[in-house]
Ligand binder design. Sequence first.
Ligand SMILES: Nc1ncnc2c1ncn2[C@@H]1O[C@H](COP(=O)(O)OP(=O)(O)O)[C@@H](O)[C@H]1O
Ligand SMILES: [Mg+2]
Length: 347
Amino acid sequence: MQNESKQATPVLQVKDLSVCFKTVNGLVTAVNQVSFDVAQGETVALVGESGSGKSVTSLGVMRLTPPAPRAQLSGEVWFRGREDTQPVNLLSLSEKEMRSRRGKDIAMVFQEPMTSFNPLHTIGKQIAEGVRIHHGISKAAALDRAAELLDMVGISAPRERLKNYPHEMSGGMRQRAMIAMALANDPCLLIADEPTTALDVTIQAQITELLQELQQKTKMALLFITHNLGVVAEIADRVMVMYCGQIVEQANVEALFAQPGMPYTQGLLKSVPKLSLGEGHQSDLPAIPGSVPSPLALPSGCHFGPRCAHIDADVCQQVNPVLAEVSAQHWVRCNRWKNVAESLQHA
Ligand SMILES: Nc1ncnc2c1ncn2[C@@H]1O[C@H](COP(=O)(O)OP(=O)(O)O)[C@@H](O)[C@H]1O
Ligand SMILES: [Mg+2]
């Protein structure tokens, strides 16, 4: 899936994005200095266990976190839409400017479309409104466009379906309709946050395929969030692994699966069912022991240390490692990545 054109100027370039929440129990840093970019036509996957900061990262990019002082956003989010001659820092736009980009230049698909659609209005009305807000066309023309979009995402009898209320659709069809709504204004960046998690496996595969097809047609940049590495293998060009609000590994998809450098990534890979990855991965190994620590009580040093088979207490409990480039375009946040790589070779 890698090709030269994907090295073009990034559509999205995130630099040192942090998101802190003020809670009754103290300050929570849900996203801690995250940097990455996504180019036109590229799919970048963001993976990690529940609670690692994936959704908050995407909400930060979209500026959909609660207003200050409840949440504090810092860093830079450079975005270049089709009409921009220069990238703009989304974090420095006014709320009004930001609103005009959401749902147009940048669109988002969530896990549960039941909560994204208003249950009181038909699907057709909601998609058509999304089109009208940004284009000022007639109601009839917007409905035509909505039908076209439903057809594009593989919903049959789209004219009839426009009249459906969200609860009248199956989960899979609702998710297709949600994707149709997201694509209504031909965004150059789509953020899909666990878009298939609530669906059964067959429908999951269909939705993933649909997203890939649509992306090939429209050349949009796709940030795909999932906790499922099996899906990542199918869809992504590059992968970022997140843990406790930090990116702990970043590589192209082949390198990540062939040579996962961070013990956390290795653990995630071991817990993926063998079928979805092909030979060479075992499904009967335990998932990573323990659980994601509370962001209010992060372990000192390397946050993954207490769950890591490779821990060297002297080093790992003292030093929160930096992301080291272990080979070209492959970064790993581990104090002991050299030892870990050696032990893999001898395994
Ligand atoms: N509004 C909020 N207030 C306080 N903490 C939050 C809020 N939203 C998310 N968090 C915390 O941020 C961390 C990351 O959450 P999230 O990004 O939703 O994880 P993921 O999407 O990877 O499952 C979690 O510890 C979560 O409890
Ligand atoms: Mg999430």
